[in-house]
Design a protein around this ligand. Structure first.
Ligand SMILES: C[C@H](O)[C@H](O)[C@H]1CNC2=NC(N)=NC(=O)C2=N1
Length: 96
């Protein structure tokens, strides 16, 4: 199924259900920063996200330093924010 970029109203509706995330217009994606007790906790979180991403065949653009993990979700195939990003963010929030 072809994936397409969400329009502004779809984006607003989706973000209403993802309070920790914000839209980055320049990156055309949603981002959230997570902070953990230490690096091991942060990396454990990244390992769980990695498994989700593989299952979804949808992968984050992310940065980690020590206990901080910054995640950006965008869909290259759609040229911006798509349902796939919303679904992955929702799954991540379930165990963040
Ligand atoms: C062929 C494969 O489905 C695509 O390359 C997938 C893989 N993972 C992906 N992840 C993300 N974030 N965006 C994509 O467009 C994307 N495309």
């Amino acid at each position: 199924m072809a994936v397409r970029e969400l329009d502004a109203s779809e984006r607003e509706a989706a973000l209403a259900g993802l309070p920790g995330w914000s839209y980055d217009a320049e990156a055309r994606g949603i981002k959230r920063t997570f902070r953990f007790a230490d690096f091991a906790e942060a990396f454990g979180f990244m390992s769980r996200v990695a498994i989700l991403a593989e299952k979804a065949d949808h992968h984050p653009e992310w940065f980690n330093v020590y206990n901080r993990v910054e995640i950006l979700l965008t869909t290259h195939d759609a040229g911006g924010l798509s349902e796939r990003d919303i679904a992955l963010a929702t799954a991540i929030d379930r165990f963040a």
